[in-house]
Ligand binder design. Structure first.
Ligand code: G3P
Ligand code: MG
Length: 354
């Protein structure tokens, strides 16, 4: 163990601390549990399977609704994970419902990006797959992409009610949301440049840019491949570079997720709601304050950098199971503690907290 800071001394109250777990590179690689993650999580429950220690997943990943992600994690890890314990990169998008509730918005990324947005309450949302299928020849390479589903002429078979949206080609797109990693960069960069450079009306003249929101700005992340994979931040750089060459004004965007301090504040608020019932009166739930919050992450510039900015009550633990593979600590974003894996991290926390 390599520790750069002494943990605060804490009274032995069961809910005086909470834990935020990163997923990719800490809990899972791809869909494979790593670092003793299942055993580590089981220690946070009592013998009857009731939650003993408040914890959440704070991941920049996503692409499916929180309820579905919680069910997937429950199956993979063998503990009962609630939807309320899953904070994904795109979870803060629900705060924008009032602004775009009935406006046409486009959702981009792997998984079910439009379903995610519909479940948040957006009523007029199309995935970029669906949207592109309304424009003939918008992707001149489509005919060579024999791996893609052809949506044209087959749109009524969608589980979501696309018929409620009349002729998306003549409706102005009011915002674009990058919910999860783009599957087809060439098509998505083309279509997003079309939308963003024309005020939301592809094929028309140059106009001012509609808002663009991204679930995270991770340059890379740790999947199953031995070295890191390009993430949403890399996609953003590609889109931005091209947009800035074709539009008179530079691309404006807002990215959510870690390392933004708001992601950590939100995690703290969510943790207050998952405080086990025996350690806090239900009426006081949500007003609970933690002395220490632990962030267990694998990415120094995202997880550790974010936790360090979030306040002194955040204690950062860096694992060696993902993006970070160093021996000692990270030079630019040193964690409070470096361990081999999440199981060691949880053992450390439980030992310190008594
Ligand atoms: O696409 C997922 C990646 O950006 C990071 O996920 O769980 O390491 O925050 P996570
Ligand atoms: Mg990670």
């Amino acid at each position: 163990l390599f520790s750069s800071r002494q943990i605060h001394s804490l009274p032995p109250e069961s809910a005086s601390f909470g834990i935020a777990f990163d997923i990719d590179g800490v809990i899972l690689r791809g869909n494979i549990p790593i670092g003793g993650s299942s055993r580590a999580l089981k220690r946070l429950y009592d013998d009857s399977g009731n939650l003993r220690i408040p914890y959440v997943f704070l991941t920049n990943g996503g692409g499916v609704p929180e309820s579905k992600r919680a069910a997937e994690l429950t199956k993979l890890l063998g503990v009962n994970i609630l939807a309320s314990q899953v904070i994904q990169g795109h979870s803060p998008f629900k705060q924008l419902v009032q602004r775009f509730e009935n406006e046409l918005i486009i959702a981009v990324g792997k998984g079910e990006p439009a379903t995610v947005m519909s479940e948040y309450g957006f009523k007029n949302v199309l995935s970029v797959d669906e949207y592109a299928s309304y424009f003939e020849n918008i992707d001149p390479l489509a005919q060579y992409k024999n791996w893609t589903k052809q949506l044209t002429g087959n749109r009524n078979s969608s589980s979501r009610e696309m018929d409620t949206i009349d002729d998306p080609c003549s409706q102005r797109v009011k915002a674009v949301f990058i919910v999860s990693d783009s599957v087809d960069w060439s098509r998505d960069i083309q279509v997003l440049c079309d939308i963003l450079s024309t005020g939301g009306l592809p094929g028309r003249e140059i106009a001012s840019q509609p808002p663009l929101y991204l679930a995270n700005d991770d340059l890379s992340y740790q999947g199953l491949f031995p070295t890191e994979r390009l993430g949403m931040g890399a996609f953003r750089i590609a889109l931005e570079s091209i947009f800035n060459r074709i539009h008179p004004n530079v691309l404006k965007y807002t990215s959510y997720g870690k390392p933004n301090p708001t992601a950590f504040r939100n995690a703290e608020n969510v943790l207050m709601q998952v405080v086990p019932s025996h350690s806090s009166h239900p009426e006081n739930r949500g007003q609970h304050t933690f002395k220490t919050l632990y962030m267990i992450g694998d990415n120094p510039s995202v997880d550790i950098n974010g936790a360090r900015q979030a306040g002194l009550h955040w204690f950062s633990i860096l694992t060696r199971t993902g993006v970070f593979k160093g021996e000692k600590n990270h030079a630019n974003h040193p964690a409070d503690l470096v361990v081999d894996n999440v199981e060691q991290a949880v053992a450390y926390i439980l030992r310190k907290e008594g």
